[in-house]
Design a protein around this ligand. Structure first.
Ligand SMILES: NC(=O)c1ccc[n+]([C@@H]2O[C@H](COP(=O)([O-])OP(=O)(O)OC[C@H]3O[C@@H](n4cnc5c(N)ncnc54)[C@H](OP(=O)(O)O)[C@@H]3O)[C@@H](O)[C@H]2O)c1
Length: 293
């Protein structure tokens, strides 16, 4: 049986995955902000007789301090983690900054995944078939990245923020595989296709209309699970793989450029150094550590 951590496991694809793996006998940790959804997961686990294998960690993963707090708790409670799944995202039609002064999409959709992957690599290395499953939108070209304005201060659009976030996660996969591939950890990027989930977000009227149209065409959540389950149960042999709706795409094409991945990693490390050195002025006080005992 595996230990699976699902960031964004309280709703949508992450929630369905959490329920499936709990039913299958795994230990499942879900992370999200909404305590009601978290309690529903724990209640369902109770019904299943699996309460001792179910954990809910309330956290806003858009905040660096919250990521650090959750990572510390996970490392303390789970010396070995088999599977790490990224499903957290939140669409915003208007550009918004976190209390720590970072653009929300960049912080949640990319930076949190960066911190979690590298921050739990030691725990993953201890597993028999360790895998990171990054559910995002692999495959776009590098043109969607605004290298001189990664936090989209100029000309923000919610769709562009999501598109760039997907590309940054592709490049994160490339640099993660370079750094940790020889430790046996597999990194799998998965585009689930348009799926009927909560599409959590704050939408303007125009985008709301588009979302309603997408929802009408979208596949059920259960149809998005098989490629994710396949990656968990039989991680690919390659350090990095990418799939769009279950079909493998090449990670040798230009969208997975190693130079671009190193450039992004350097920019990210610099940003994190700057943030950690900076006084936490406007940031909220970190909540107390989570007791997972
Ligand atoms: N659905 C699609 O059509 C589609 C298409 C392409 C790619 N994807 C990718 O698939 C993944 C899952 O998408 P989905 O549609 O299943 O998402 P969803 O239904 O909108 O659920 C999003 C999850 O993220 C969590 N979340 C949002 N903001 C958070 C924050 N600040 N801190 C912590 N957790 C947060 C939510 O939990 P709380 O509400 O508890 O905070 C929820 O569990 C995403 O990475 C998405 O990019 C989806």
């Amino acid at each position: 049986m595996k230990t699976i951590v699902i960031a964004g496991g309280t709703d949508g694809i992450g929630k369905a995955l959490a329920a499936t793996r709990l039913e299958g006998g795994d230990t499942v940790v879900v992370i999200g902000r909404n305590e009601v959804k978290g309690k529903a997961f724990l209640d369902a686990a109770e019904q299943l007789g699996a309460r001792d294998r179910a954990y809910f960690l309330p956290a806003d993963l858009g905040l660096l301090a919250e990521n650090e707090r959750v990572l510390a708790s996970l490392r303390a409670r789970f010396p070995v983690i088999d599977t790490l799944v990224f499903c957290a995202r939140f669409y915003r039609s208007e550009r918004t900054e976190t209390a720590e002064g970072l653009e929300e999409n960049f912080a949640l959709f990319y930076l949190s995944r960066y911190l979690f992957g590298h921050g739990l690599a030691d725990a993953l290395e201890g597993a028999e078939q360790p895998v990171v499953v990054n559910v995002a939108g692999p495959g776009a070209g590098l043109g969607v990245v605004r290298w001189d304005d990664l936090q989209l201060r100029r000309g923000y659009h919610g769709g562009a923020a999501l598109g760039q976030g997907g590309k940054l996660n592709d490049l994160l996969g490339v640099s993660f595989a370079e750094r940790h591939g020889d430790r046996g950890i597999r990194y799998v990027l998965i585009h689930p296709g348009v799926t009927s989930t909560s599409f959590a977000g704050e939408y303007d009227a125009g985008t709301l209309g588009q979302i309603a149209a997408m929802q009408a065409q979208a596949k059920p959540v259960s149809a998005a699970l098989p490629p994710i389950l396949a990656a968990i149960d039989g991680p690919p042999a390659q350090a990095l793989s990418a799939f769009v709706e279950g079909t493998r795409i090449s990670v040798e094409r230009s969208g997975f450029d190693r130079g671009a991945a190193r450039r992004l990693e350097e920019a990210t490390e610099q940003l994190l150094r700057d943030r950690r050195g900076a006084p936490r002025g406007a940031a909220p006080e970190a909540a107390p550590g989570i007791d997972l005992s």
